[in-house]
Write a protein that binds this ligand. Sequence first.
Ligand SMILES: [Zn+2]
Length: 440
Amino acid sequence: MKYLPVIGLEVHVELKTKSKMFCGCSTQYFGKAPNSQTCAVCLGMPGGLPVPNKKAIEWCILIGIALNGKIALHSKFDRKNYFYPDLAKGYQISQYDMPFAKNGYLILQNGKKIRIRRVHMEEDTGKLMHEKINGESVSLIDFNRSGVPLVEIVTEPDFENAEEVKEYLQALQQIVRYLEVSDANMERGEMRLEPNISLTVKKGVLPPYKVEVKNINSFKFVEKAINFEIKRQEILLSDGITPPQETRGWNETKNETILQRVKEEANDYRYFPEPDIPPIQLTNEIIEKLTKFIPELPNIKAKRFKSSYDLSSYDIEILTRDKNTADFFDKAVLDGKSFSVTPKQIANYIINKKPDIEKSVPSEIIKTILSSSKSNTIDEQKLTSVIEKVLQENKNAINDYKNGKTNVIMYLLGQVLRLYDEKIDPKLVKENLEKYLNNN
Ligand SMILES: [Zn+2]
């Protein structure tokens, strides 16, 4: 290809705080009756005054810290003005020039650094539903989602292909889940993706345009949308046409991007400081305190698993995928130590048997591993003495066997298994029994 893709990414993550960003309404809107979780503030009534949600701000900052961002000591909210029916106020409260975090980064498996330009706090909008009522096409608005805390994470255009984007997204999803600030469930729209794509002829030279694809709700679609755009723009450029700066949407049935609107510039939004919310002042002490809430993050956990447990990358990848599994594994390793159950045995058990870790405790797993490993190794001395005892008591059976009635061995096998009184592989017992009968 004579063009190099230049890809950036905006990701919106809904926080799972109990209440909304600027009012006391519940954020649990999923499956609720339309407009049942609303008040004057999130319905955008005149005179409704926003009160910022402290927890949401702290969680936004946690995301910023986890993404290696620089946290702003002075910050503020701004109004982003635009008209859309799902935005009752006519503006969205967001952050413009003073986001909570700036200049972070995330490192991909291949060592490549993806720079994160900013992490800022804003509010979600309502939801439009296009339906038919009495044969008439209508648009209905549900404001239950209006005002739900939303964190936007914006990267620099550092990605060169869809695979890098996918890896970044998976890592980001894992981080917000580890932080326990969002479930980042794609199907529920708790994590929404907007790649911007353009093509350049020379690495490091930013193209004079960029195409943004809005509101994609799956990693698979984002990959498809990026690859579609690369091809579409390549054709235009090959014909000597610079693709126009625009916003497109992903059509999952047609498997293509479609034009939505010509891209707005920041000054079209007429951002200005939100007059109803005073600027937010932080101190280094507050930031330090918040930093203590950051758990061991996936990449650090993976390094520790490698150095202290000597597991394969495959094992580590699966065990650290979610925090609960990783914590469960850590506990099981501790419990297993005194029984000489190795981390590798525990990893194998968790990965292959997939126990429901919500319902089991690590010590139980250790017991199960111990009993199943016993059944595979036999105590030869014990087995020999049991076989001798059974044969002693069944002299007739031995004679029958020697006279060609070899079926009798099944009866003897049953007797041995009963007397052995521990889980043991019957095939192994039968082999031993035959050996004994033929040699004596
Ligand atoms: Zn409300």
